[in-house]
Every structure is written in structure tokens, then in C-alpha cells.
Design a protein around this ligand. Structure first.
Ligand code: GCO
Ligand code: CA
Length: 261
């Protein structure tokens, strides 16, 4: 049974793995035996993250590169494959959000969100898949969102990107299944991270709204993602392809309830 979920000898590249959900998934995979390759863009955050991983006893290395730049990504992936070895698992986790009402949003802001949240996963997947195809094995996990399914005020670009990422997942699963590559997604519900800090503060109406809207009655703890990340990285999911698994405490299962119920 344990063999199904064992990741010893496997290497995972996690974009934006220096903090938040990326870091929580990294720890989950490392606990299952995987070697961590962390991508980020801030040298300071990278140093803190690598210290953290190494203190926990994990094998981890860091690579700073911009996931939106095709040439840079291609070179960085080749470098990683040469210096560390085969990337067996890719988690496209890096993402940004801009909370601006659609009517006030500049196309430039909209494009920058699409670039990081949708175009970058395409670029990184393609550059890693080149190597996976030769080996006839690979796991790719795209970090989607509640906004892959639902709209919300102020997040038009983010919702457009995350909805697109869901369909990119299905499309890449279709194209690369013959090469024994599984491409799946994880759709986190509302998690207590840096990204949601501005809408989680005590007294913010959104804080109470989310706790009430989530059948589990709480914000997700980043560690709640580890099990699904390990499953989709492991042999246990070898015939699972093109699926988005929502880890949301039941949000998508329900229309919600009045706040006094
Ligand atoms: C927001 C939130 C969300 C969550 C998450 C939900 O403003 O609505 O930040 O986007 O972070 O992606 O799945
Ligand atoms: Ca240090």
C-alpha cells in the first residue's frame, strides 16, 4: 500500500515554492520521499525557504527564474535536468491576483495576471514535458482555484486565468497521455495564506462570509493540500488524467446558507 504513494527517488519542481501553498505541498511531497527543486523570483524569500526546507531535513535546491519568459524557462529547465537530474513531477503553483473591479481594470493589469497564472503554466509544462516525453513518464499538477468554476467581484483576470488553467489541464492531459504523462489539477478552496491575508483580517466581511460559505466551517490550512498533492504525484494516480480535484471543505458542493442559519 505504501509503495503506491512512495516518492523516494523522485524529483519535483515547484514554481513559487518559497512560501504559502507551494511550500505546504513541497513539505508534503518531501515527507513522502521526494527531492525538492524550488523555483521563485525573490532571492530573499528563496534563502529563507531553503533554510526552512534544509532544517526540516529535506533535500532541496533553489532556482530563481521568471516563469513567464519562454527562453529563460527552457534554459533553466535544461540546467536543472543537468545539475539535479530528471524532473519527475512538476507543480505549476506560482500565481498572482489583482483585486480590481472589472470596470476600472486596465488591459495591462489583466494581461499581467493571465501571463503569470495561465501562460506561465503552459510554458513551464511544455519545457518540462519535452524531457518527460523522452522518458515516457511524468506528473504535472496545475494549481487551479475556486475561480476555475465560480466568479467573484474584483477578480476577473484571475478567474479568466484559472478557468483557462482548468481547460489547459484537460488539453495537455489529452495531448500527452500517450507518453504516459498525467496532467491533473488541484483546486484549493479558501486557504489561510499570505495571498488571502488582506481579506481574512478580523472584522473584514469576507472573513465571516467564507467561514459561513464553507461547509467545513473554516479556512483551509495549507497542510490540507499535502495528501492530494502526494496522490497526484504518485503511482496511485497513474490512470487519473485531466481531473481537477477540489480541496475546498465542500464549497463547490453547495449553494451556501443564510448567515444566521
Ligand atoms: C479571492 C481569493 C481567491 C483565493 C483562491 C480561491 O480574492 O477570491 O484570493 O482567489 O485565493 O484562489 O480558490
Ligand atoms: Ca541562510
Amino acid at each position: 500500500m505504501q509503495e503506491l504513494f512512495n516518492l523516494s527517488g523522485k524529483r519535483v519542481l515547484i514554481t513559487g515554492g518559497t512560501h504559502g501553498l507551494g511550500m505546504a505541498m513541497a513539505k508534503g511531497l518531501a515527507n513522502a520521499g521526494a527531492e525538492l527543486i524550488i523555483n521563485g523570483h525573490s532571492p530573499d524569500k528563496m534563502e529563507v525557504a531553503l533554510d526552512h526546507y534544509k532544517q526540516a531535513g529535506y533535500k532541496a535546491s533553489g532556482y530563481l527564474f521568471d516563469v513567464t519568459q519562454q527562453e529563460v524557462v527552457r534554459e533553466s529547465i535544461s540546467k536543472i535536468e543537468q545539475e539535479r537530474g530528471a524532473i519527475d513531477i512538476l507543480i505549476n503553483n506560482a500565481g498572482i491576483i489583482k483585486r480590481i473591479p472589472a470596470i476600472d481594470m486596465d488591459a495591462q493589469d489583466f494581461r499581467s495576471v493571465i501571463d503569470v497564472d495561465l501562460v506561465a503554466p503552459f510554458i513551464v509544462s511544455k519545457e518540462v514535458a519535452r524531457h518527460m516525453i523522452k522518458r515516457r513518464a511524468g506528473k504535472i499538477i496545475n494549481i487551479c482555484s475556486m475561480m476555475s468554476e465560480l466568479g467573484r467581484n474584483t477578480v476577473s483576470a484571475y478567474a479568466a486565468a484559472k478557468g483557462g488553467l482548468k481547460m489547459l489541464t484537460k488539453n495537455l492531459a489529452t495531448e500527452w497521455a500517450p507518453h504516459n504523462i498525467q496532467v491533473n489539477g488541484i483546486g484549493p478552496g479558501y486557504f489561510a495564506t499570505e495571498q488571502t491575508a488582506p481579506i481574512r483580517v478580523d472584522g473584514h466581511p469576507f472573513n465571516e462570509f467564507i467561514v459561513n460559505r464553507t461547509p467545513a466551517g473554516r479556512w483551509g490550512d495549507p497542510d490540507d493540500l499535502a495528501g492530494t498533492a502526494v496522490f497526484l504525484s504518485s503511482k496511485a494516480s497513474d490512470f487519473v488524467n485531466g481531473q481537477i480535484i477540489y480541496v475546498d471543505g465542500g464549497i463547490l458542493a453547495t449553494i451556501g446558507k443564510p448567515s444566521n442559519e
